[in-house]
Design a protein around this ligand. Sequence first.
Ligand code: ATP
Length: 289
Amino acid sequence: MFISEKAPAKINLTLDVLYKRSDQYHEVEMVMTTVDLADRLEFVLTEDGSITVVSENRFVPSDERNLAYRAAKLLQERYQVTRGVRIYIEKQIPVAAGLAGGSSDAAATLRGLNRLWNLGIETEELSLLGSEIGSDVSFCIYNSTAIANGRGEKITELPPPPTCWVVLAKPSQGVATPSVFQSLQLDHVLHPDTQGMVDSIKRGDYQGICERLGNVLESVTLPNHPQVQQIKKLMRHSGADAVLMSGSGPTVFGLVQQEKKAERIYNSLRGFCEQVYVVRMLGESTALE
Ligand code: ATP
């Protein structure tokens, strides 16, 4: 018996860090949304209790370091499950890109195994479990648009934004998220207007969303990765309505409403950047197929 799940990428419309907590985590406030670039995971039931992960992507570990493996193990231990699973991951989301690829695989595993092992766990509880694996996993359980607080695990869903095209460009160099947070100097950053972003989404105001994109982690990643800065510039010059780095980077995304414009941006970036994608923001008239 097997089932499959899609694990879509997320982008940050805003990413703010409010302060550093006494437990060393950062208190964040982020508006995140889902795009239709997705990994595909297949779960095959095993009766001997073993958990194995198979992925052909050379950047993705196939052992207990894989976030999908960790999700399966957590579920198995917490709910005393005696059966096991073989997880096949078909990777589409670039790795270490700021698009929460690993977190989304972990979330898809929690959702998938909830079905495969017949556990009947509510979405909210799955989201809470996810936070034990990584801060972005809680959001990825929902595959929607939401504001995330705490260290990313407190999720409040928002209505879908007006749908648009998203051009994603990832420079070849990866970025290690923990080191970006470590280097962040909070007294020097420009904080995004999170409430304004939430209001714009609620109003379905595309222009308002474009005007309020903001990410405090750009203050760390941009100076260290000149290519990210160049991609931002190129996207703007090619006609993107708004441009931002997602997560800790290095992926940059540009928003546009017309498909033709998205294609133009795609073409102008292709020679410059190895991984470029044109995808849809999952909005009011689009769903994950
Ligand atoms: P975030 O936006 O949540 O910070 P990211 O997009 O920057 O995440 P990931 O693609 O999740 O980064 O990968 C980060 C690291 O996690 C990689 O270096 C990889 O070795 C490891 N990893 C573990 N499991 C996975 C997985 N299923 N897919 C991708 N990477 C994984």
